[in-house]
Design a binder for this molecule. Sequence first.
Ligand SMILES: Cc1ncc(COP(=O)(O)O)c(C=O)c1O
Length: 437
Amino acid sequence: MKFYNLKENDEQVSFAQAVKQGLGKNQGLFFPKTIPTFDNIEELLALPLVERSVKILTPFVEEDINEQELTDIVTDAFNFPAVLQPISNDRAILELFHGPTLAFKDFGARFMAKCLQTFVAKDAKTTGEQKPLTILTATSGDTGAAVAHAFHGIDNIRVVIMYPKGKISLLQEKMFTTLGDNIETLMVDGDFDDCQALVKKSFDDKELATTIGLNSANSINISRLLAQICYYFEAVAQLSRAKDSLGDLGDIVFSIPSGNFGNLTAGLFAKAMGLPIKRFIAATNVNDTVPRYLETGQWSPNKTVATISNAMDVSNPNNWPRVEHMLKSGIVEKGCVSSVSIDEEQTQSTVIGLGKLGYISEPHAAVAYKALQYSAIEGEFGVFLGTAHPAKFKDVVESILGQPIGLPKELADCAGEPILSQELRANFADLRAYLLA
Ligand SMILES: Cc1ncc(COP(=O)(O)O)c(C=O)c1O
């Protein structure tokens, strides 16, 4: 299958090219030429996660990755579960945080890393030369950890991660700065915007980009979204298996804690492929560009506001053009996405409310649960996404609940390791010299 640029439709590339390139001309997002559908969804749902995911992904990637390679990639990438936990009779959370960095990003980042590893090895075989590949990314916390762990130990791929010095939590920092090997980390004397600006300048410097083979591994990469489709199928598979104990499921509605709207994009792909999902609720915090847009038709981003669900502090979501395309072109029905904005007070009281139900959550999941409580109607079964482990937001959750929460092994293990980062001034000349050294 080919992927085309949503801005410059004539640009059509293979899956491998779309993954390596990230963005198309004029910063356009890649989108699959067709959305495959399945005749027998029940049969698909009956399969185990890896086998089912191979079937889901095959039509998208088969031009570049054969079935055995894909099976190896998916087996390696999805080596942890997505767990559906019932919260009440008609609510369940899909916990996506059982991977190595305790966040949903592990699914997409690990799949992308394994795909790139395959392409690098194939390119070297065809051309007889090993081309350099450097993943350069800026992080305010979570992405760095998922990318670092996903690429750690992969031959011939160098990873350079920049983050603002002193502006992320020590635990977050330890999760990606203690690995070493092919993972290099730079603490930048500046803020997150400075780090992002340095990444952008590096990509704009064509000579540098070609010399070191730059790729950003960020969340607009189509490979990350395709991987995320698989856990929607897994949720519905687990729901249909649990039907008896969960009572009548009714119509399934997903509530998605949304920032850049990658998770919503993947959910819409799943629906378009035939997965029986009635509709989606895109839950945002007070950074509410999308809920206001769906209500008024006006796209008018406000200045981004800092919240306790900070991974969703986005006012210009970079995946929105994909969602809009699916809604406008009829790939999914227009009415199947609604959006609700949840404020800080509601988020905190929802963390407390879920705690009373016996479930420790963190602010992002709480935003999604609250949005579900607002908009689900009778007969609907609501699933909300748990995008991060509560321990990743330990300070906030402990202060809301007034009780300590334990550290999972993944966090406890790295807490005692030394930080291996180098310092960097927020200065492009210094970064360029570092990258070329
Ligand atoms: C914990 C958490 N929840 C939700 C989101 C938002 O996801 P998306 O950008 O796919 O909308 C993010 C994104 O970084 C996240 O880290």
